[in-house]
Design a protein around this ligand. Sequence first.
Ligand code: EPU
Length: 415
Amino acid sequence: MDKFLVQGSGPLNGEVRIGGAKNSALKLMAASLLAEGSTSLLNVPDITDVAIMIELLEAMGVRVQREGHRIDIDVPAEIDPVAPYSLVERMRASIVVLGPLLSRIGRAQVAMPGGDDFGSRPIDMHLQGLEQLGATFSYEHGDINGRAEQLLGTEVFLEFPSVGATENLLMAAVLAEGTTVIENAAREPEIGDLANFLLKMGALIDGIGTSRLRIEGVTVLRPVTYEVIADRIEAATYLAALAVCGGELRLQGARPDHMEMLLRKLEEMGMACQENDSGLEAKVRDRLKAVDISTLPYPGLATDYKPFLVTALCVSHGAGMVTENIFAGRFRYIDELVRMGAEIRAEGRHAVVRGVERLSGAPVRAHDIRAGAALVIAGLAADGETVISDAHHVDRGYEDLAGKLSSVGAQVTRV
Ligand code: EPU
C-alpha cells in the first residue's frame, strides 16, 4: 500500500539538511541504559528505527520523551532486561542492548535476531567477545539469556571488524572491572561517536578511531546531553541523486571527513565535491564515467553506499565491476533495477554494471532501507513513472526522503 511515485527528473538544485546518523543514534540510545538518570540526545532523526528503539527502551521500564529531533531518556535504577522478539524481529540493531544490560545489571534476555535480505547475519562475535569478558549465555525458546556477575576486562581479538560486535563490547567494557583491549575493532565514524558519548558519561577509552580500543572500566557512568553526528549514508543518498540527475547540491551538516573514500570515487566518476562552512557542496555537469567499486570496512567504501553507486553506474558512461565484501546477499535490488532496463550481470559477490542512457520507469519493490532509497534514485534517472512499493522499509532509515528530494527539484511523492 505504501509507495513512492517517482518521475524522471533533473537537474537538481538547492540545499538539503542532513540529519543525525541512524546507526549512531540507535547505539547511543542503547548506551543510555548504562547510566541511571536522564540522558538527552540531540539531532536524532525522525525515522521508524528510532521509534522501535524507543519502544524497546520503554518495554524495559525506561521513560522516553521525544520532541522534534531531541529525545530525553530517563533510565530508572531497576531495568527489566528483556528485548522481545516482536521488536528484535523488526530491527536487528536491538541486539546492541546486550552489552549495556550485561554490564549495568548483569542480566539480559534478548530474542535471537532472524535472517534478513543481506544473507545470514550471525552474532557469534558479539557473544564470544562478551563470554571472554565473563558473561555466560544459554539459549531457550528463541531467546539469548545472558548472565554476568561482574564483567572482567580482558583482550578480545575480533576475527573481523564487526560494527555491532565492537559496539556491544565497548558498551560492556566501560563498566567492567579492569582493562579491556578490543583488537581489530571496527572504525566506522558511528563507533567514534559512541565512544565520545561514553567518554562524556565518564568512561575511560583510548584509541578512538583506531582498530585498537583500550577501555579502563569505571564503576559508574553519569547521564549526559549529546548531539548525534550527521548521517553519512543519508548524505550519500543525495549525492547519488545528484549523480544521476546532474545539477548542484549543498548538503548542510554533512561530514565530508567521514566520507572520504566515497567522495574520491564520486570525483573519479566526474562529480566535483567541495567541503564548505556548513558541510559539503557537489556539482555534476556531464554524464558520469563508470568506475569499479569494492566494499570494505571503514575507511573503505561502505556496503551501505553500494546500492547508490550501483544505481549511478546504471546510467554512467562505460562499465563498472562491483564487489561486495561485507554481506553475502546484498544484491537483491539488482533484479528490480534490471526491471527498469539496467544492464547488470550479477554472480555471487560480483556484479558488472554496463551504463545505459536512461532507465525506464516500472513498478518495483523495496526490500530494505538502502535498496529502497536506491530505487527512488533510479526512478529519477528513468523515463516515465516508477512506483516503488513497500516504501515503509525506506522510512526505517530516512526522514522525509520524498520531501527533501522534492525541495531540490526532483519529482517524488509518497503515497
Ligand atoms: N558478522 C559475523 N559475526 C558477528 C557479527 C558480524 O559473522 O558476530 C559478519 C556479518 O554477517 C557481516 C559482517 O560481519 O558479514 C559485518 O557485519 P557488522 O557486524 O559489521 O554489521 P552490523 O553491525 O550488523 C552495521 C550497520 C549496517 C551496515 C554494517 C556494515 C547498524 C544498525 N547497522 O551492521 O547498516 O551495513 O554495519 O557497515 O549499525 C543500514 O543502515 O541499513 C545497515 C544495514
